[in-house]
Design a protein around this ligand. Structure first.
Ligand SMILES: [Mn+2]
Length: 346
């Protein structure tokens, strides 16, 4: 039996900012791509482990999602509400008429859906609140009758159904399809898998994102991670020195971007020392195409002789002289820089 496991698609995560809007469109594209793959690979089950939406879904959005599911009538879709798209009293999830191949685990307590002709049950429940602090995934009783049993679950931190990977090592499930943490990871190889966000949602969601394609044969499961390349955030750490000017820095970044695939976007962190009079213009770097974030941790490279002449009798000049008279090591060197920086700021 073949399946695809996804989680944390976070559809509708856009805010007013252009970049967020672009991110939402990546998520819709990746979602539609998963549907296409499910059809091509003829998977029998599509597992969606919560947070399909970033917030309460609109009826219009559910219609679009349901239309996507209707493209794969041979695949049974099983989904649950996560902490983001929890079943609020006014949630459209409660009354939405899903297609025949869609099974929503709508109960607040552990339940299961039996998939016809497949000898398979998918266990799970939905969030009715933004937080669930009870460890509800512990000691789940599974019917033992030769059926294939899958758990669909969302959470893992202290406010979202806390669990430890150990809770699942001894469990009777053939596969545990997890969601909530955005980084994909096989907690127990081929058995307990955190799908990760389908595409990155925050800039901190670095690395590859995608879906897991799995197969269960005679209660033995194997999974394979399939990356989806619509967007990937890549950290880029650049060490600056006073000799490197703004244009050289920009040229370097441009060259680095040119050799990277188009879907990669960069989070730049600048460190080292920059010219005191011509510091790096981080704002300008931020405007570059495919640069999503610039964190400037550069320190100014001070000309202490010049500063002593200029601020000789003032506290700054006295501070520099005092530190220069002390035994020179890494600590005094750092103290000199940090102190001058603090005093210059005043
Ligand atoms: Mn979540």
């Amino acid at each position: 039996m073949k399946f695809i496991h996804i989680a944390d698609i976070h559809l509708g995560a856009k805010s007013g900012r252009e970049r967020k809007k672009a991110m939402d469109s990546y998520s819709w594209q990746a979602f539609s791509d998963v549907i296409r793959k499910a059809g091509e690979e003829q998977v029998q089950i599509l597992l969606i482990a919560g947070d399909l939406f970033h917030r309460q879904p609109l009826v219009r959005e559910l219609k679009e999602v349901n239309y996507q599911f209707s493209r794969i009538p041979q695949t049974q879709v099983v989904l649950m509400a996560g902490n983001r798209d929890y079943l609020a009293p006014e949630s459209c999830y409660r009354t939405f008429p899903w297609g025949e191949n869609v099974h929503f685990l709508k109960q607040e307590h552990m339940d299961y859906v039996e998939l016809e002709g497949m000898d398979t049950r998918v266990y799970g429940f939905s969030y009715y609140h933004k937080e669930i602090t009870e460890p509800l995934y512990q000691n789940i009783k599974v019917k033992k009758d030769g059926f294939c049993n899958i758990l669909l679950a969302h959470g893992g931190d202290e406010k979202h159904v806390p669990f430890r990977s150990n809770d699942f090592v001894q469990c009777d499930f053939d596969y545990v399809a997890l969601g909530h943490v955005h980084k994909p990871v096989e907690i127990v190889k081929n058995k307990v898998v955190m799908a990760g966000a389908l595409q990155p949602i925050e800039f901190s969601d670095t690395g590859e994102h995608g879906c897991f394609l799995g197969e269960i044969k005679e209660h033995k499961c194997t999974v394979e991670f399939i990356p989806l390349h619509y967007c990937e955030y890549v950290p880029l750490n650049l060490k600056v020195s006073p000799e490197i000017g703004q244009s050289a820095l920009k040229e370097f970044i441009t060259a680095r971007l040119r050799v990277a695939p188009e879907y990669q976007k960069f989070k730049i962190t600048l460190s080292g020392f920059c010219d005191e009079e011509h510091p790096v213009d981080a704002e300008e770097l931020k405007k570059m195409d495919r640069v999503v974030q610039v964190v400037d941790k550069c320190r100014a490279d001070y000309d202490f002789e010049k500063l002593k002449l200029k601020y000789g009798q003032q506290i700054l000049g006295r501070y520099i002289r005092t530190l220069e008279e002390m035994p020179q090591n890494e600590v005094t060197k750092k103290a000199l820089y940090y102190g001058v920086e603090a005093l210059m700021a005043e």
